[in-house]
Design a protein. Structure first.
Ligand SMILES: [Fe+2]
Length: 300
């Protein structure tokens, strides 16, 4: 089956200090504000009307993950499939005025996904301003108590294809219809979001990222390096709301329709560099133990 979602649509976060969260996203990642009103800010790195959505809240948590479907028929099909899989459908009301149709459901561990029609392209192709300036929002990595079960739910409901997994399903990487190695991954841990990522144009951007964080008295949590799974360059930092942000480039694209999911031995505590970081440095505890919970769902 062709994956029912094309790509990552958005990441929506509740933040305790929306001014700081906006400033951090603009001055480090280098996105820009499209709209801000009623305690909600829409930010983007490209033509899409919204990629990062920040909601003023009393704590930092994940609100929902948007996955972009091809059309309204797919949204309806996802609703049916979610119900058939025994998952809770939370809403059919789009979370943003710029979204035509959507369905929001929760996994069995409470990860909240909104599968929606395409985000309109209302913004300039590129912009000037501070920060590194990504090309696009790239992928999310969920933290889940049962990584295998959650990855199976997402494959069943959304038709995501497994690109690669570790022997014990400690991490499962799944691709959408755009065939990039992973749009959603699951990693074993407490239920929540492990990280989300921006795609950057080149390795030079990683140097600017490190220097930008250094100038603010901050640092990279892990990287730069190159993952074995996905073959992408990476560097990670924690933003000022406590979310782990990964910056990537050169993600593998899997064109082979008959691709069989690769199975990799991660080693004890992710100690196999060829899977984790081909350049050698293994993830610190700040990375391996990180997660941010999802907020209780808003039903409508
Ligand atoms: Fe990642």
């Amino acid at each position: 089956m062709r994956p029912m979602v094309q790509r990552l649509g958005y990441v929506a976060l509740n933040v305790a200090d929306i001014d700081i969260a906006i400033e951090d996203a603009c001055t480090v990642a280098g996105v820009r504000v499209v709209e801000r009103e009623n305690g909600r800010a829409l930010l983007t790195s490209n033509q899409r009307h919204a990629e990062l959505i920040l909601y003023a809240s009393n704590s930092d948590s994940v609100r929902s993950i948007g996955l972009q479907a091809h059309n309204v028929d797919v949204v309806a099909a996802v609703r049916r499939r979610a119900e058939q899989a025994g998952l809770t459908v939370l809403s059919e009301r789009p979370s943003l005025p710029c979204i035509d149709r959507s369905v929001t459901f929760a996994t069995s561990e409470g990860h909240i996904f909104e599968v929606h029609t395409p985000i309109p392209l209302t913004q300039p192709v590129r912009h000037t301003g501070p920060g590194i300036r990504p090309r696009c929002l790239d992928h999310v990595n969920l933290s889940s108590r049962d990584s295998e079960a959650i990855s199976n739910e997402l494959q069943t409901v959304l038709g995501l294809r497994q690109s690669e997994r570790t022997t014990g399903h400690e991490i499962v990487w799944m691709r959408a219809a755009d065939n990039r190695h992973h749009t959603v991954a699951t990693v074993k841990g407490p239920s929540g979001l492990h990280h989300f990522s921006w795609e950057f144009a080149s390795f030079d951007d990683f140097k600017r990222l490190g220097d930008t964080l250094d100038a603010q008295g901050r640092f990279l949590v892990w990287g730069p390096g190159r993952h074995g799974a996905g073959d992408n360059l990476f560097a990670c930092y924690i933003d000022r709301s406590g979310f782990l942000v990964e910056c990537i480039a050169e993600m593998e694209v899997i064109e082979d329709e008959n691709h069989q999911a690769r199975i990799a031995d991660p080693g004890e505590n992710l100690s196999n560099p060829k899977v984790v970081n081909r350049w050698g440095a293994l993830p610190p505890r700040l990375w391996t133990e990180h997660f941010v919970p999802f907020a209780p769902p808003i039903t409508a």
